[in-house]
Design a protein around this ligand. Structure first.
Ligand code: MN
Length: 487
C-alpha cells in the first residue's frame, strides 16, 4: 500500500505585512503537525500563498506528486479569489475547503485590529467559497475548530475517500475469462470507466493462468499451506484439494503482481484446464487487499479493492457479496448474503474453517473454501452500475447480525443483515434504482465516504437510508436522470 499524504495550503495576501505572514506560516505548520498526529494520513504544510503564481505552482506540484492524495485549503484571512482561479482550474487532486481558525475563542481584552487581521477566516471563507462554487469545482467543505475531535474525524473520513480516489485512478483489473453469459448488470463500458474512474480493465487467458499454476513448486505450496494453518482451521481431510487452491492462489498472485493489478475476476464458465473453481484461493487473496468479482464482474471487483483500501489500515473489512435469500418471518426479516465460494474473511466473526464440498456449477472437482459467519455491526452495501453513458453508485445502510440460524448444511461463508428502511421497502428501493445482486459490503467505509468519493469522481450517488421511501426515490431518480443528461 502506497503511503499517501495531504497538502495544507493557506490562503493569505500581502495587505497586513510580513509579520502577520510569518505568524500565520508558523501557526499553519503547527496545525499541520498536530493534525497529522490524529488524522489517518499526514497533513503537510506547503505554503502561505499570496499570489496567483504561488497557488498555480502548488496545485501543479500536487497534480504531479503521486503521494499527494488531496489538498486542504484554509484561508486565515481574506485571500482574494481571482488569484486562485488558475491553480484551482488546473487542480486534479481532491480538494477540501477547511473553514477553521487558529483561535477557538474571541479574546475580550486582546481583540483589536491586529487580532482581526490574523483571524479573518469568517471573512476569507466566503471569498474562497465563492470561487469554488463559481468554478463548479467538486470540493468538500468542513467547518469547525481544528482541535475538535468531531471536526478531525470528518477530515479523516474525507481523507479516506480521497485515498479511494487515488487507488481508483491507479486501479488495474485482471479478468480471467469474460462475464457470465447473458448477464446484463455485470456488463459496462470499460472505456467510460477508465476515463471517469481511471480503471484499466483487461483480460488474460485462463490458459496463461494454468501455465503459471503448472510452474508452481511443491515448496511454494508448502509455504502457502503454512500460511493457511496460521490463519484458518483445517476442517477437512482432503488436503490435496486445499493444496490445489494454494497452487491457484500462488499463480494468480504472481500474475497480479507482475501486472500491478489490485483486482481480478473469473467465471465458472471458463475454467479450461483447471480442476477447481478458485475458492479459498480467491478468499485468501481478498484477505490481502485484492478485489474480486465472481462471474466476470470486474466492476464489483475494482470496487471491492477500492473500499478495502479506504477502510481501516488500508485493508478494511470490505467484501464481495451477493444477495442470496430472504428470511421473511414477520418482525424478523433478514437478507442472507453469501456467494458460491468467494466471501472475504475480513468480515468473519470468528476464525474461518477450510472445508471441501462439492460445487454443482462449473463442472469441476470439489473446491476448498473458507466457511464462517459474518460479524455483527452497522455496514453498507454498494453497487456500481452502468446506466449507459454514465455511472450510478447505489449505497444502502444495513445492520449485520449474527445469523439467526446455524444453517449447518450451508457450505459457504454467510452474512445476515437487516436493510434500511426495512427489508421489503429496502428491496423495492434497491430494485427501483437498478442495484446489482453483486455488491461490496463494508463495515468500515461509510455512506458519507462513498458520497464524497462519487462527488470527486463526478458520478451519481444514490443513498437508501432509514428515511428513504420508494416514492421519494423515484422522484429523485427521475430528476437526477434529467440532470445527468444535461451535465
Ligand atoms: Mn455471483
Amino acid at each position: 500500500m502506497k503511503q499517501y499524504q495531504f497538502w495544507f495550503v493557506v490562503g493569505s495576501q500581502f495587505l497586513y505585512g510580513p509579520e502577520v505572514l510569518d505568524t500565520v506560516a508558523a501557526r499553519a505548520a503547527e496545525m499541520a503537525e498536530k493534525l497529522s498526529a490524529v488524522l489517518p494520513y499526514p497533513l503537510v504544510y506547503k505554503v502561505t500563498a499570496k499570489t496567483n503564481q504561488e497557488i498555480a505552482q502548488v496545485c501543479k506540484e500536487a497534480n504531479y506528486e503521486d503521494s499527494c492524495a488531496g489538498v486542504i485549503t484554509w484561508c486565515h484571512t481574506f485571500s482574494p479569489s481571482k488569484m486562485w482561479i488558475n491553480g484551482l482550474a488546473d487542480l486534479r487532486k481532491p480538494w477540501c475547503h477547511f473553514a477553521t481558525q487558529y483561535n477557538r475563542e474571541i479574546p475580550n481584552e486582546e481583540i483589536d485590529m491586529d487580532f482581526m487581521n490574523l483571524n479573518q477566516a469568517a471573512h476569507g471563507d466566503r471569498e474562497h467559497g465563492f470561487i469554488g462554487a463559481r468554478l463548479r469545482k467538486p470540493r468538500k467543505v468542513i467547518a469547525g475548530f481544528w482541535q475538535d475531535e468531531a471536526v478531525q474525524q470528518r477530515i479523516g473520513s474525507w481523507m479516506k475517500a480521497a485515498v479511494g480516489v487515488a487507488v481508483s485512478k491507479s486501479m488495474k483489473v485482471m479478468r480471467f475469462g469474460d462475464n457470465m453469459r447473458e448477464v446484463a448488470v455485470t456488463e459496462g463500458d470499460k472505456v467510460e470507466v477508465q476515463a471517469k474512474l481511471g480503471w484499466q480493465v483487461n483480460t488474460w487467458a485462463v490458459g496463461d493462468l494454468v501455465r503459471e499454476m503448472n510452474a508452481v513448486t511443491e515448496a511454494e505450496i508448502d509455504a502457502m499451506m503454512a500460511r493457511y494453518a496460521e490463519r484458518y482451521d483445517m476442517a477437512t481431510g482432503k488436503l490435496d484439494h486445499v493444496r490445489y487452491q494454494a497452487r491457484e492462489e500462488i499463480a494468480m498472485k504472481k500474475m497480479l503482481e507482475r501486472e500491478g493489478c489490485m483486482a481480478f475476476s473469473n467465471t465458472f464458465q471458463d475454467l479450461y484446464g483447471m480442476e477447481q473453481l478458485p475458492g479459498l484461493a480467491s478468499q485468501d487473496l481478498m484477505a490481502q487487499g485484492y478485489g474480486y468479482g465472481g462471474e466476470g464482474d470486474w466492476k464489483v471487483s475494482a470496487m471491492t479493492a477500492i473500499l478495502k483500501a479506504m477502510g481501516e489500515g488500508g485493508n478494511g473489512a470490505s467484501a464481495f457479496m451477493e444477495d442470496y435469500t430472504y428470511h421473511l418471518e414477520k418482525g424478523r426479516e433478514y437478507s442472507l448474503g453469501a456467494h458460491m465460494l468467494e466471501v472475504c474473511p475480513s468480515v468473519a466473526a470468528d476464525r474461518p474453517r477450510i472445508e471441501v464440498h462439492p460445487l454443482g456449477i462449473g463442472d469441476r472437482e470439489d473446491p476448498a473454501r473458507l466457511v464462517f459467519e459474518g460479524k455483527p455491526g452497522d455496514a453498507i452495501v454498494v453497487s456500481l452500475i452502468d446506466m449507459g453513458g454514465r455511472l450510478r453508485l447505489i449505497c444502502q445502510d444495513i445492520h449485520c447480525v449474527k445469523p439467526i440460524l446455524p444453517m449447518p448444511n450451508l457450505p459457504v461463508a454467510r452474512v445476515m443483515w437487516q436493510a434500511e428502511p426495512s427489508l421489503t421497502t429496502g428491496v423495492e428501493c434497491w430494485i427501483t434504482a437498478g442495484g446489482a445482486h453483486h455488491t461490496v459490503l463494508s463495515y468500515d467505509v461509510t455512506a458519507q465516504q462513498m458520497k464524497d468519493w462519487c462527488a470527486i469522481m463526478d458520478i451519481e450517488f444514490v443513498h437508501i437510508t432509514k428515511d428513504t421511501t420508494v416514492e421519494s426515490l423515484e422522484h429523485d431518480l427521475f430528476l437526477s436522470d434529467l440532470a445527468w443528461k444535461l451535465k
